[in-house]
Design a protein around this ligand. Sequence first.
Ligand SMILES: [Cu+2]
Length: 342
Amino acid sequence: MILAITILIGISVIMIFPIGSQAQTEENIFVTHSGAVVKTTGEVLDPLYTSATVEFDPMEYLRDFNYGRISQLEDGTVLREYTIIANDDEIMEVSPGIFYNVWTFNGTVPGPTIRATEGDIVRVKFINNGEKEHTIHFHGIHPAGMDGVFEPVGGNGGQFVYEFEAGPVGVHPYHCHVMPLEEHIVHGLYGVFIVDPKEERPPADEMVMVLNGLDTDFDTENNFYAANTIPFYYQHHPIQINANELIRIYVVNMVEFDPINNFHLHGNLYKYYPTGTDIVPSFYTDMITLSQTERGIMEFEYQYPGKYLFHAHKVEFSEKGWVGIFMVNENKEGTEDVKYGS
Ligand SMILES: [Cu+2]
C-alpha cells in the first residue's frame, strides 16, 4: 500500500514537473490597449509574438468612412485613390488578457471602410508589408485582373494597384484571397466597401458593423464573437443614438467556421436591403440570417428612448461577445435640421 502511494506520488511529481521541461525564460513585453505594460515569461498561445500592438477603437471605427483622395479625370469622372497596407505580425489584445496575432489592412481589424459613388473610378494602391503573400479581393463588378486572386502580392513591400469602376450600388466586403484562405480571413484581412447610389440615400446616422469571430486557440472553432472585433464592446460602451432619427447600418458577416450568423434588434423592426443593391427594402423584420460574406443595409428609427439590446439570436455567439446596446436618447432637436450621428 505504502509502496503504491509512493509510486503514485512519484508519477504525479513527474507529471507536474516533467523531466527535461524548461520554463520559457525569455521575457516578452506587451503594451495593452489601456496602456499597461505586461511582461511575461509564461507560455504565449501564439508563437508569433512581438512588441508591436494594434490600437483599435470600435466606437471610432463604427462611423468612420474613407472617401479617398478625390480628383477628376479628363472626362469629368471622379477618381478616388486609397492606400491600403497589409501587415501580418501584429498583436492585439482582443479581450482583457487575450492577445491575438492579427493580420491587418491599415493597422486595424476590420480594415478601413472604403466608400465611393457608383460610376467613380476606384484606385487602391496596395502595399504588402507582411511576411506572407496577400491580395485584396473586392466583391463587386470589375475586370478579371483586378479580382485579387491570381496575382499574389509578395511580402516585405510588394505592391499592386487595383483599379475599377465602383459598382454595383451596395455594401460589399473586401478581403485577402491568398490560400489557405480561411487562415488569411480569420486573422483579420477584411473590410467593407460601400458603393453609394448617384442619388444619395436619405440622411441618416450611419454605421458599419462587421460581424466577426476570433479563433484564439487555433482549433478552427471561434472562441469569441463580436460586432467590430472586440467582444462585448458595445454592451460596455452603448452606441448613443437619437429617437426619431433614421439609423442606417451597413452590416457584413465575416464569421468563419460557423455556417450562419444573425442579427436581432430589440424593441423595434428594421427595413432590410440584402447586399444593399436595391433602394426598395426586401424585408421588414427584427431578424436576418447571414452566411459567410452575406451582407446588407438595415434602416430603423426608435420611437421610445431607452436602452435596447442588439445581438446574435444564436445565443452561443451573443454569450461569447456578439452583443451590444443602443442607448436611445430623447431627440431634443426634433426631426428638423438634425445633425446625424451627433
Ligand atoms: Cu493574406
